[in-house]
Design a protein around this ligand. Structure first.
Ligand code: MN9
Length: 298
């Protein structure tokens, strides 16, 4: 199966964090700073916009479009841009997919539909509806721990046969399945979704990785990919160990609020960096711990 695309999306791709104001609106200047920080200082290869990390599933359609607009306007063509447009509302997914494609996003991505326990036939029809309607490459976003939708080799194969589907963002700890996917679909793009497992995923020759912690730890992550490419496994393992000291502490303190506080400490300092309700923003104790984490692990 050949999945030729002129747009070779690879390397370290940040799942973009979005700062919100007290009233739930997007902090536009802060978001622009985060985009520049990722490109100029973390040296990432791409941005994944509208994912779990962007708190996307708590947002309305117009806010999702606004974020796609701001990010494209700020990033221009500096790095690859992927728009996550999926969710249980397939009509909205199609509209957002067309919107991001008109904005010249390099690819779209769609999470498996969630909440209702959809059958695989329903999941497949959802991808067919999107890829029939939107003329852009599509990356399947598989994250069973949050969606409850777990797919095996045969199911992935059926999805990869649909037009426009070029790959998968694989957010699972199943390295047997990852190895089988890589072996059986050498031309499909596989992006590792758990940052804490980047090193073993790189050993299995993923094309890249999409994750939240790259917003603050992108340089180390790039180092892991480079070291594996040069077969310097000791160095790659060491960089993963250092990254995981950071990730472990960040997860224990509250993932997105802690990453946003670290971004502020790294110089993205405009306005409020709150989470979108009903997700809680930080307590004072979490804020102090975030500052300790920044000093200790970055
Ligand atoms: O997109 C991210 N998943 C979620 C991937 O945030 C649910 C990951 O980057 C994780 O945040 C990260 C920490 O567990 O690996």
């Amino acid at each position: 199966m050949t999945k030729a695309t002129g747009k070779d999306i690879k390397g370290i791709i940040s799942a973009l964090l979005v700062p919100f104001n007290e009233d739930g609106s997007v902090n536009e200047k802060g978001l622009r700073q985060i985009v520049r920080h990722n490109i100029d200082r973390m040296k990432v290869d791409g941005l994944y916009v509208g994912g779990s990390t962007g708190e996307n599933f708590m947002l309305g359609k117009e806010t999702k479009k606004e974020i796609f607009d701001i990010v494209k306007d700020e990033a221009k063509d500096d790095v690859k841009l992927i728009a996550q447009i999926g969710g249980p509302n397939v009509y909205e997914a199609i509209e957002l997919g067309q919107y991001a494609t008109d904005l010249d996003y390099d690819a779209i991505s769609a999470v498996t539909p969630f909440y209702y326990k959809f059958s695989f036939e329903e999941v497949k029809q959802y991808y067919k509806d999107i890829t029939d309607a939107v003329d852009n490459d599509l990356i399947v976003y598989s994250i069973p721990v949050l969606t409850g939708i777990s797919m095996g080799l045969n199911e992935f194969k059926e999805l990869f046969e649909l037009k426009h589907i070029i790959g998968v963002k694989f957010t699972a700890a199943d390295f047997f399945l990852l190895e089988r996917l890589r072996k059986k679909f050498p031309d499909v793009k596989i992006y590792s979704g758990f940052d804490e497992m980047l090193f073993p995923a790189a050993i299995y020759q993923v094309d890249g990785a999409i994750g939240s912690t790259y917003n603050v730890n992108g340089l180390r992550a790039k180092g892991i990919l480079e070291a594996v490419a040069h077969s310097d496994l000791d160095k790659a393992r060491q960089l993963q160990n250092d990254s995981n000291d950071l990730i472990e502490a960040v997860l224990a303190n509250g993932l997105y609020p802690t990453l946003k506080r670290i971004l502020q400490l790294q110089g993205c300092d405009h306005g409020e960096f709150l989470s979108r309700k009903p997700m809680a923003s930080m307590t004072e104790a979490q804020r102090i711990e975030a500052e300790r984490i920044f000093k200790a692990y970055l």
